[in-house]
Design a protein around this ligand. Structure first.
Ligand SMILES: C[S@@+](CC[C@H](N)C(=O)[O-])C[C@H]1O[C@@H](n2cnc3c(N)ncnc32)[C@H](O)[C@@H]1O
Length: 436
């Protein structure tokens, strides 16, 4: 039967998970479409916590479920299969009384008209409470199950990072901090930290990141003093290296070729009075760029275009600085978007590498002599980073590779790789290519 719109957080979480895992929606979109109907912020927070948590641990929770069920549930009962995962997640990872977790979870099955499943879920969750050790030992014997990662991604991470993959997997399942970029055109970082403290919001600077403040606890954006006036933006610290590495000066002509939603373009303009062309192939996402620039009191020329199409660029057009923040797998930001683990397919990686190379091939001739191109991704896969840049550089005779010197991460061939969780930041790759 089809479910009624849910006002309770667990029922809403079932709908969110069905949208992501059943229909391929992104988690952000699923939460906005299927979040709890009421306006109690505690319900919204609980639904989010459950949806994020179940997606982080989906494979492990599914294996726990399979351990207790004699046969798999039918595909029309995928809602009940996910409800069981929600039940296990509350019992293993959430700080709430077990009896409430069980009874509230069982109640969702009843509300969805599946009394048979209510009995089953009640029995299975109570068995798990009584005797979880043997089950967890069997499930966690396999690293793909214990870290809840698809086999193809696990194989790539092991191959790419033979010494680091266990820490990387753990970091991908952790909760990311909320980090701000202070607009030091308007207010110094220390002064803004003082404003946060006055509102009871603790924050600390991060070594090597000039504009970043990491909050002790995430808060609603509306609680940030001066946000609407442009005093700060929300942006992970590692993404705050793009602008300094690009090194645009006042008056430079800058192209941000993959700009939406505009975080890095705004940072470039906060640091220099440059003339910036902000391009993205997604017109809807570009609207967010305009909103962000307006809020920060910055301006740029904004254009919808496929930046990898040579026909977009007049032969004589040159830029002093070009940023390619390329479309990628997002494997460096899985802790913020755990849906990536289940929505990405291995075949996507090769397709992305082709698009990444096309952006480099088209835009390199647009870099002015003496200018710089920064290529970056929020991926931790060599196939999208070092492999793309290495092959590109091998085909050019006018590139000087400038190794980024950064306080976190490691040099990898032509660029610099930061793995998720190092110094608490997201996973990211940077390469700086200067035109001779
Ligand atoms: C990683 S996001 C960019 C994030 C952005 N730089 C920021 O800091 O907020 C990649 C963007 O590239 C855009 N994109 C993908 N292929 C493109 C292409 N061929 N030309 C222009 N934009 C493209 C996507 O629409 C997406 O908005």
């Amino acid at each position: 039967m089809s479910a009624k719109p849910s006002t309770d957080p667990r029922g809403a979480a079932v709908e969110v998970l069905l949208a992501v895992l059943g229909r391929g929606r992104s988690l952000d979109r699923a939460l906005s479409e299927h979040g709890p109907g009421g306006d109690d912020p505690r319900d919204v927070a609980l639904c989010r916590a459950i949806a994020y948590g179940v997606l982080r641990h989906h494979r492990r929770l599914g294996a726990i479920r399979d351990h207790f069920l004699r046969s798999r549930l039918k595909s029309r009962d995928q809602d009940m299969a996910l409800l069981l995962e929600i039940g296990f997640f509350q019992l293993t990872d959430m700080d709430m009384p077990a009896h409430a977790a069980v009874s509230e979870t069982v109640a969702v099955a009843r509300r969805r008209g599946k009394s048979w499943a209510a009995k089953l879920i009640n029995a299975v969750l109570r068995r798990f409470q009584r005797d979880s050790a043997a089950c967890l030992q069997a499930v966690d014997a396999d690293p793909g199950r214990s870290a809840s990662v698809p086999d193809w991604l696990l194989a790539r991470l092991r191959r790419d990072w033979p010494d680091d993959w266990p820490a990387l997997l753990a970091a991908q399942n952790s909760r990311a901090p909320m980090t701000l970029r202070v607009n030091q055109r308007r207010i110094s970082r220390e002064a803004y930290r003082g404003r946060l403290a006055a509102e009871g919001i603790g924050a600390r600077p991060l070594d090597g990141f000039e504009d970043a403040l990491v909050l002790d606890h995430a808060v609603a954006v509306s609680a940030l003093p001066g946000f609407a006036e442009g005093d700060c933006s929300v942006q992970d610290a590692v993404a705050q290296w793009a602008a300094p590495l690009l090194g645009a000066a006042d008056g430079d002509r800058v192209l941000d070729a993959c700009t939406a939603p505009g975080g890095k373009a705004a940072h470039v303009l906060e640091r220099a009075a440059a003339s910036l062309l902000a391009v993205d192939s997604d017109g809807e996402r570009l609207q967010r760029v305009t909103e962000t620039l307006d809020r920060l009191g910055l301006s740029a020329e904004v254009r919808v275009a496929d930046a990898s199409d040579p026909g977009q660029w007049p032969a004589a057009e040159r830029f002093d600085r070009i940023l390619i923040d390329a479309p990628c797998s997002g494997t460096g930001v899985i802790r913020r978007h755990p849906d990536i683990k289940w929505l990405r397919r291995e075949a996507d990686i090769a397709h992305l590498a082709v698009r990444q190379r096309a952006l480099l091939d088209t835009l390199w001739p647009r870099v002015a002599p003496g200018g710089r191109l920064v290529y970056c991704t929020c991926s931790v896969l060599r196939a999208e980073n070092e492999a793309v840049v290495e092959a590109f550089v091998a085909d050019q005779d006018d590139v000087t590779v400038v190794p980024p010197v950064l306080p976190v991460g490691r040099p990898v061939g032509h660029g610099h790789q930061i793995l998720t969780g190092e110094a608490g930041v997201d996973g990211f790759y940077y390469a700086c290519l200067d035109k001779r």
